[in-house]
Write a protein that binds this ligand. Structure first.
Ligand SMILES: C[S@@+](CC[C@H](N)C(=O)[O-])C[C@H]1O[C@@H](n2cnc3c(N)ncnc32)[C@H](O)[C@@H]1O
Length: 295
């Protein structure tokens, strides 16, 4: 289907009015994008924060007359810039695939979206599509965790994925041979996505869902992974010390490079061998829970 796109820009307070106007003028879809490279790291549950300056694009079918549409839009938003462009035919419902393709983490862990065959059928292949919950492997903070999983022996381990999002980390550990993975998240959409993705990967019977406020009822684990953000990770240090078995592994991600020292200090009382791996912007901390004192 041939379509054309009306592109414009507005401050955040105008975004909703502009979206409504474009739909009333016949748009098939309206999308927002950041106009100023402003990072939104992790929205709260149920929140949909927007950028201060927003690029807005309305997609119209080819039978919408472009000139009257532009004039009508200009009457409503005289100060907004307007640019119309005819877009070539393509299968719109599959265009996202151009941006999401199989990705390898470490030696043999692949995340493979629907529509692709695993590039290495004998590797560990995690079948996953982008959804509403965070976690496809395209973000550095997830990638660092997947690389850690790939490099360590998961066989027979009990794992906790604290802040599971799509369930990507829990599912990766199970595909690598972990016995069971306890998953928790404060966002109900994440729990839904984790269950659906676990089903798709044939590991649903080894996933244990636990509510975030009941997580201390879970048995102590061999490996706890949390890709959240530095501030909650610091606050969670005492709780994580009780959730990880003596000698067990703790993997913390979602930490900006410059926050790594502060997080390390928060964990220094109960954990040893604290090591840090960096990407350009992010840090991953791995540590071992102190062994129990010999009696
Ligand atoms: C950055 S995403 C990580 C998702 C996935 N584990 C990954 O590595 O890609 C963080 C997730 O943690 C959840 N989260 C944030 N704070 C939390 C908390 N205090 N307790 C449980 N979940 C939390 C968020 O809802 C979100 O799904």
């Amino acid at each position: 289907m041939t379509t054309f796109e009306l592109r414009t820009q507005c401050p955040v307070h105008q975004a909703e009015a502009m979206e409504n106007a474009l739909f009333e003028l016949g748009a098939l879809s309206v999308t927002f994008a950041d106009a100023e490279d402003q990072a939104i790291l992790e929205p709260g549950v149920g929140q949909m924060p927007l950028w201060n300056q927003i690029k807005v694009a309305g997609l119209f079918s080819s039978d919408t007359p472009a000139e009257p549409l532009t004039l009508a839009f200009k009457r409503l938003f005289p100060d907004a810039p307007v640019h119309c462009e005819t877009l070539p035919d393509q299968a719109w419902e599959r265009t996202w695939l151009a941006h999401f393709k199989p990705l390898r983490f470490g030696r043999q862990t692949w995340v493979v979206p629907s529509g692709f065959s695993p590039p290495e059928p004998d590797a560990v292949n995690l079948m996953l599509d982008p959804g509403l919950a965070f976690g496809t492997g395209t973000h550095d903070t997830t990638a660092l965790c997947l690389e850690w999983i790939d490099a360590h022996d998961m066989r027979g381990r009990r794992v906790m994925d604290f802040g599971c999002g799509s369930g990507i980390l829990a599912i990766a550990t199970l595909l690598h041979g972990a016995d069971e993975a306890w998953c928790t998240d404060i966002d109900p959409q994440a729990i839904e996505a984790t269950c659906a993705n676990a089903e798709k990967n044939g590991v649903a019977e080894r996933i244990r869902i636990i509510e975030a406020d009941k997580v201390t009822n879970a048995p102590a684990v061999d490996i706890l992974m949390a890709n959240i953000l530095a501030e909650p990770l610091i606050a969670l240090a005492p709780q994580f010390a009780t959730l990880v078995q003596p000698g067990g592994h703790l993997i913390l991600s979602g930490i900006l490079r410059e926050q790594a020292d502060e997080v390390r200090q928060a964990y220094a009382t109960d954990f040893i061998d604290i090591q840090t791996r960096f990407t350009e912007d992010w840090a991953l901390l791995s540590a071992r829970r102190k062994p129990e004192n010999p009696s």
